[in-house]
Ligand binder design. Structure first.
Ligand code: FES
Length: 127
């Protein structure tokens, strides 16, 4: 249920034993994610490929760093969020942007977007 998540807030849910990050992105975060030149990315994916059309403010992804499997910081508003306004994995310093794409540090891949679908305006089903 997405309805309690205010803009600029994130929640973490468990799915198949893994943390899933759900973020209600701010307009600034969405704009930053869309402004990136996809060709410049290590794991090139557009923001549109990582979100659902018409629901671009919602970002849903497995919260496990693609380097060695730590859970990155950035879910709490008091967390360090790295250089790209997203998530930061402190173990070896991987920085993810506001679309969860790897931008700096050793992680090879973007944070994984799982299969999910909107079943109405405020509810998603993951998997
Ligand atoms: Fe994230 Fe190493 S597990 S930087």
């Amino acid at each position: 249920d997405l309805s309690p998540i205010e803009e600029g807030q994130s929640i973490t849910v468990m799915w198949r034993g893994k943390p899933v990050f759900i973020r209600h992105r701010t307009e600034k975060e969405v704009a930053e994610a869309k402004a990136v030149d996809v060709k410049s990315l290590r794991d090139p994916q557009s923001d549109a490929e990582r979100t659902k059309e018409g629901h671009e403010k919602w970002l849903v992804m497995v919260g496990i760093c693609t380097h060695l499997g730590c859970v990155p910081l950035g879910q709490k508003n008091t967390d360090v969020r790295g250089d790209y306004d997203g998530w930061f994995c402190p173990c070896h310093g991987s920085h993810y942007d506001s679309a969860g794409r790897i931008r700096k540090g050793p992680a090879p891949k973007n944070l994984l977007v799982p299969d999910y679908a909107f079943i109405n305006e405020t509810t998603i089903r993951i998997g």
